[in-house]
Design a binder for this molecule. Structure first.
Ligand code: ZN
Ligand code: FE
Length: 257
């Protein structure tokens, strides 16, 4: 299987997985790069996976479905133009001979879902939309901090070697913030250097993986003493209240320049 991020707009990635003949795409915010790649690589699109309703994730949906006849799978509790199969926690999708488990990950949007395949060529694969970014997480447009914390906990509990396919190239700005939260995290500093080199060469920093995110992503580390202390220093959040600590880190990131 080949996994690649098709760049779109300013900083979106439209993830495409294919076996040389058949393909699936995640969150086709723009039809053009998807249809262009399918034509150029002579691939048949079998499935379209949708994580949430934002335009930069579904803007090309109708055009790609009409051009390819691919089956569409998306969240049960969001307004997405059909026809599509509506999915929630516990459901699964079969595509390219793989089975993807559906996870409810509310927070960025109320009905956001993620797709997890336990074994794709020897390692798990996660399509998490705008819930988890490398070094960061999505903004809380519709959900509460408690919901987002629970969603990120569920993703952080996936196997460490799970490849994390985030839908935006936000890594460098996220890591700048992460360094402010955890100036003493040596693995974070080393990762920031690697990512700066990748971006200087025009390369994506993604996919990431769960083990790395557990080590460097402040939003997966809000219960650790150093991060809880930083949250307390930001707005007085109690170090004993994990939701308040998470909310403080999210608020700090919103204001961070
Ligand atoms: Zn979004
Ligand atoms: Fe987005």
């Amino acid at each position: 299987m080949k996994l690649l991020p098709l760049p779109a707009f300013q900083d979106n990635y439209l993830w495409l997985l294919h076996d040389g003949h058949r393909a699936l795409v995640v969150d086709p915010g723009d039809a053009k790069p998807v249809l262009g790649f399918l034509r150029q690589a002579n691939l048949q699109l079998e499935a379209i996976l949708v994580t949430h309703h934002h335009m930069d994730h579904i803007g090309g949906l109708d055009e790609v479905r009409e051009a390819t006849g691919a089956a569409v799978y998306g969240p049960a509790h969001e307004t997405i133009p059909g026809p599509l199969t509506r999915l929630q926690q516990g459901d699964s999708v079969e595509a390219l001979g793989l089975r993807f488990q559906v996870l409810d990950v509310p927070g960025h949007t109320a009905g956001h879902i993620a797709f997890f395949a336990p074994d794709v060529d020897g390692a798990p694969l996660l399509f998490c939309g705008d819930t988890l970014f490398s070094g960061g997480c999505g903004r809380l447009f519709e959900g509460t901090p408690a919901q987002m914390l629970a969603s990120l906990d569920a993703l952080a509990a996936l196997p460490g070697d799970s490849r994390v396919c985030c839908t935006h190239e936000y890594t460098l700005s996220n890591l700048k913030f992460a360094r402010a939260v955890e100036p003493g995290n040596a693995e974070l500093a080393a990762y920031q250097q690697r990512c700066e080199q990748l971006r200087a060469q025009g390369q994506p920093t993604l996919p990431s993986n769960i083990a790395l995110e557990r080590a460097i992503n402040p939003f997966l580390r809000t219960r650790l003493p150093a991060v809880a202390q930083a949250a307390h220093a930001f707005n007085g959040a109690s170090t004993q209240d994990e939701v308040a600590g998470f909310a403080a880190i999210r608020q700090w990131k919103n204001e961070f320049r």
